[in-house]
Design a protein around this ligand. Structure first.
Ligand SMILES: Nc1nc2c(ncn2[C@@H]2O[C@H](COP(=O)(O)OP(=O)(O)OP(=O)(O)O)[C@@H](O)[C@H]2O)c(=O)[nH]1
Ligand SMILES: [Mg+2]
Length: 495
């Protein structure tokens, strides 16, 4: 993002602070937007009840901290942000925030609410020294479309509030099947957060992907097929930047594999084949039927909870095929869980354009304030805001991306697809825009960007190009110029 846009947005917030200085509520909101610009990008993990949100959050961080399957705390919006030392703060609906003891059972945090119930808690804030949190704050949210409307309402009012920007800059949305309520939610996230700026800032995850094929060893292949179908589904395409299948439980446990897990899996792999197949026939049998010597019922239950039947079956196959040490096995399981493509998308779609997404949230906030509480003398602010929205190239890219994915353009499909890549639709990094490998050198990048620049200038000057496509051409040309400038600058620097 060009520094001028960030500076422009920060200046705008400052000027608004001055204009509303006698209104404490507006000042607090504006100070919040200003702080958000300085903080890491906020990414919420959302989805229906038991979609696997907390488990996936742990998998992304590579640590089992977020509690899963606990009755009370899954109803509370919980923030995980970077801190040098672990610290938990409870923000009640009314009253002063207070610290909670940092208590962990089996690795996971246990929130000791004391006399308070989930209804009394506005949010929990966990500071944690997890490297993954250095450049993103993750927010675990209660399930939407819960049986309890009250729980669902907490997430919707948090993620898609009526008259303020969303607390999250982007979301990872989990779904086990595509449901009408999933689409409705994504629709409202898009409308609230980005409606006026027309942006897509959600990634969809086909979660608990190992369960798609009832835990069969090819479950993830079936899940990949379904995800591909969703990806091509027009109603989802315009709401999410990508759809990836992830077996979150496997990813979480693989990233936190313990020696005792490995030994238990080794015992299973060493069993006689027919005996093992009988044992691994179903989750129920796995717990009920006696296993190999040394693997108690309690140990089997624990293993099943951590890896699922799919994870156990896959581990056994892998161990039998030569993965004889915990670390390589853990890496292979993580790789097969589908987590890496998600992390890759997170990096390309969210983190690489974090500044633009944060700036946009701030603009939505100031815009809302100016519209809902207009006052004399804010005309200049309105004009400055509009100028930023219209002219800042990052916002033009985000808007065009949404257009290409929704209404489309009059460009031929192959050009539209090329435009989508060049404006950062597959990721904001230069090599991704140009469709080159990550190790492409600056000279190669610059040459390729120049080639695209010339091509798109020609498209825009071609009399056959429809007028309505000219704005697309302008944005693409500007994006190419940006990449040329950046890469030429890099190429000119001593190696
Ligand atoms: N087989 C399988 N089970 C999973 C997976 N992800 C989560 N689970 C299980 O599903 C249950 C719910 O997981 P959570 O991560 O707590 O789901 P959640 O969406 O946070 O649930 P709520 O916060 O209560 O809405 C737990 O028993 C998990 O072990 C997965 O990828 N595969
Ligand atoms: Mg949860």
């Amino acid at each position: 993002m060009t520094p001028s846009t960030i500076v422009g947005v920060a200046d705008l917030v400052r000027e608004a602070l001055d204009a509303y200085r006698d209104d404490p509520a507006s000042v607090a909101a504006l100070q919040g937007y200003a702080r958000r610009l300085e903080e890491p990008l906020r990414i919420a993990v959302a989805g229906m009840v038991k979609a696997g949100k907390s488990t996936l959050l742990n998998a992304i961080l590579g640590e089992e901290i977020a509690p899963t399957d606990t009755a009370e705390c899954t109803r509370i919006v919980t923030w995980y942000r970077y801190g040098h030392t672990p610290k938990i703060t409870l923000y009640p609906v009314t009253g002063e925030p207070r610290s909670l003891p940092v208590k962990r059972v089996d690795g996971r945090l246990v929130f000791v609410l004391g006399d308070a119930t989930a209804d009394d808690v506005a949010r929990l804030d966990v500071e944690w020294p997890s490297p993954g949190l250095r450049d993103m704050t993750l927010i675990d949210t209660p399930g939407i479309a819960s049986l309890s409307e009250d729980v669902a309402a907490r997430s919707t009012s948090f993620l898609t509030p009526e008259d303020t920007p969303s607390e999250a800059d982007a979301i990872i949305y989990l779904m086990r099947h595509m449901h009408a309520s999933d689409l409705r939610f994504l629709e409202s996230f898009k409308d609230t957060e980005a409606g006026r700026s027309g942006t897509v800032n959600a990634l969809a995850v086909l979660s608990r992907a190992d369960e798609v094929g009832a835990g069969r060893i090819d479950s993830l292949l079936s899940a990949a097929d379904i995800a591909e179908r969703y990806r091509r589904d027009h109603s989802l395409q315009k709401l999410a930047l990508g759809v990836v299948p992830v077996a979150g439980l496997l990813a979480q446990s693989a990233r936190t594999m313990r020696q005792s897990d490995f030994e238990a899996l080794q015992l299973l792999a060493g069993m006689e084949r027919t005996e093992r197949e009988k044992l691994l026939l179903s989750a129920d049998r796995f717990v009920r039927v006696a296993g190999p010597e040394g693997l108690t019922t309690a140990a089997r239950t624990a293993l099943l909870e951590r890896y699922g039947l799919f994870g156990i079956r896959l581990s056994v196959v892998l161990i039998r095929n030569g993965f004889g040490e915990p670390t390589p096995l853990a890496h292979e399981l993580a790789r097969r869980s589908g987590l890496h493509p998600l992390l890759d998308l997170l990096g390309r779609q969210f983190q690489a354009r974090a500044e633009a997404l944060k700036a946009r949230t701030a603009l939505v906030g100031v815009d809302t304030l100016l519209r809902t509480s207009p006052r004399e003398g804010t005309g200049a602010l309105v004009a400055a805001l509009e100028r930023l929205q219209v002219n800042a190239h990052e916002f033009r890219e985000l808007r065009l991306l949404a257009t290409l994915r929704t209404t489309g353009t009059s460009l031929p499909p192959e050009l539209a697809s090329e435009a989508e890549g060049l404006i950062g639709g597959w990721g904001a990094a230069s090599h991704v825009r140009l469709g080159l490998d990550a190790d492409a050198g600056p000279e190669q990048l610059a040459a390729e960007a120049r080639r695209y620049l010339e091509k798109w200038r020609a498209v825009s000057e071609n009399p056959l190009t429809d007028r309505s496509a000219l704005e697309v051409c302008r944005v693409v040309v500007r994006s190419c110029e940006g990449v040329v400038a950046e890469c030429s600058h890099l190429a000119a620097q001593p190696a």
